[in-house]
Design a protein around this ligand. Sequence first.
Ligand code: NAP
Length: 657
Amino acid sequence: MNVAASDLPADTNGMRKFDQVAPIVVSDEEIAAAVQDADLPALLAALATLTGDDRLLADDLQPPPPKMGASIKPQGGMSAEAQDKARRLAVEALISYRDKGSPEPDPRPPLLERAMRFLARGTGPEYLPLLKHELALPRDLGAPDWRKTDIAPARDFKVAVIGAGLSGVAAAYRLAQAGVAYKVFEKNADVGGVWWENVYPGCRLDTPNFAYSYSFAQKQDWPEQFSRQIEIQKYVSRVADETSVRAHIAFETEVLSLSYDEASARWSVETRDVAGLVRTETFNAIITATGQLNRPAYPDINGLQTFKGDLFHSARWPAGFDVRGKRVAVIGTGASAYQIVPSIVGSVSELQVFQRNPPWMLPTPNYHDEIKPGMAWLLHHVPYYGRWFRFWQFWIAAEGRLPLVEVEPDWDHPISVGRANEGLRLECIEHLKTQLVDRPDLLEKLTPSYPPGAKRMLRDNGVWAAALKQPHARLITDKIEKIEERGIVTEDGQLHEVDVIVLATGFQASDYLTPIKVTGCDGKDLHEWWAGDCRAYLGITMPGFPNLFMTGGPTTGVVVNGSAIFSAECAVEYALSAIHELLRGSYASMDVRQAPFDEFNRRVDAGNLTKAWGVAKVSSWYRNRFGRASQTWPFSLLEYWRITERANLADYDLVKV
Ligand code: NAP
């Protein structure tokens, strides 16, 4: 299961096979028709770097800086005139590229930085390295720039990766690139993590799809703007295959415990496989990639077990379970319920949705849109157009929303926490009102009384309100008193009889690494030490637990300005840089010192108190049971990227081999 040198990916241009294109052989008219469907800002950047024609990056074509607000304007807010000119120039460039025989792109694309600045208007130069990393041009910048064979060829060094979801597959790939031996343990029967587990009707992304992909494996044929579960699952699976990572995964093998032995500086990993066989193997380092939103939170409702119908958690939707003609109750109105309810309302006989707090809905008219045919054609024929489109999606969503959730100390309002937050609130209310003019009763129930951003905002294209308006659907806001054999009883004494109860009640998001028992130096028990209030330095390392690196750890959740893949890639690259130091410096172990750990946590806690989620009183998975925002990253992406770019040895106590 260990990586042999021959497995090392030779490709430093990311997984180029993910965005190979076909030569253009169609007529001028067909090209012009495709360009009608194009996302223009990204197309201009792609064509400029393909052809070297700087007219495509002219000032009058540049999209304005993204406006802060709930929604993003089509074509980045380019004027109609600019769009016409952009289309004309793009068609010209494509015809000329076709007539030259669709040559391979220059490995050192011309105008690269200029095209980046063209799109990321208004940003300072400090962002360029991060943006270049996300673009992965001219090469995969997250790839380790070292090989174990060059720095420690004789050293026996093995890493365990726990979990083969998105983060685990990324960690494994980076280890493979560095030629470090590794083994992945995955409790499920396949890769994908949450995307393998969540098969409820309607499951799909709520982050724009191109941005929700690895920087090193950028796929250009996503079918939708926010693709469905099966597409993401297929993508992770393909990455695991193309990178050869799959061969190094022990499936259906659950990690029970991790324990560190100081004398040998090795971790023992105790596992149990599907046959019940318990084994122990030792490793020099551990990268945990166990995910965060995957351990169901079952509600503490009296009588839950007494229900005689079908009852299950949204993330445990039984394979093939059919709700057709049934009376269904959905408890919860978070992201999962938001996808389930509109998907099943057309087939159930009755639908009762039990809401405690209404979520804020982020207007997203294109939420269920397919990629238009012309756009899909361009993505298949213009080299790196997919990468530029991803870059553009990443940029317009990055950081822009952070000021919208900022707490302003001089702002005095019963609901919002600052001026920009109030602007966002009003925009979202307006969006709600337009959908519910005919249903003041629903409008009242669906209007949140806490600041937007205090909990996860949900993508809305109108399907939620439309579902709840159906004559056989009801939104129930009375408190649930108990569950009994026939259904749900609310505190007004009414029994809501149903055949099926779906618990869309979320996850135990703050209980990192549970239920794995983790024992560090001197028998230190991680969960006892955390006592439910998890902390880590940079969200990655903990004092007393040497050579243990977390991905998706405490206070790293990027909730309004990016995707989980971004912070996972940061943590993975940090772990790889730490492993590089262990190998290069002949260190047996590195253990984060208390002072940087404390300082980081002090700063990030203070940062979270400047955001809506840190101060609002509403319940949310962003905060743990002590009310501390132990899940969320309150600062810019740039800051997290910078502090995780490489491990600083001054932060660690080091022990030589
Ligand atoms: P969630 O956002 O935590 O929502 C749980 C819901 O259940 C809330 O409405 C909550 O009410 C309610 N609830 C919990 N306990 C309850 C009880 N005892 N009685 C009544 N209601 C109860 O969970 P989720 O919807 O599964 O989503 C979790 C996160 O997973 C999302 O925020 C998102 O980050 C991720 N996710 C992503 C996608 C996607 O990308 N497409 C899809 C699904 C999930 P309160 O609001 O009052 O607490």
